[in-house]
Design a protein around this ligand. Structure first.
Ligand SMILES: [Zn+2]
Length: 85
């Protein structure tokens, strides 16, 4: 599985909406891909914040922004620009 494939499934993975087989593949990816592991943790925390606020479903805009940020990160643009948001 490639990082892009992993990231496409990430939010569903965290929502528990994916099949058992796919979950296993994603778990395997996380074992060797540190980058996606970091992204997964960040995304998970963001979702948990929303969950705490009883907004379980991520707003579409945030979901898109998150996805864009993940994809940018995944492309490995190491221009020295650090986003802490
Ligand atoms: Zn990866």
């Amino acid at each position: 599985m490639k990082c892009t494939e992993f990231l496409q499934e990430l939010t569903d993975y965290l929502d528990g909406k994916i099949s058992e087989n796919l979950k296993i593949e994603l778990d395997e990816h996380l074992h060797w891909c540190k980058e996606c592991h970091v992204v997964m943790n960040t995304t998970k925390k963001t979702i948990e914040i929303y969950r705490d606020n009883e907004l379980y479903e991520l707003p579409e805009s945030l979901r898109t922004r998150l996805h864009d940020a993940i994809m940018t990160k995944c492309r490995g643009s190491k221009s020295g620009k650090k986003s802490t948001t």
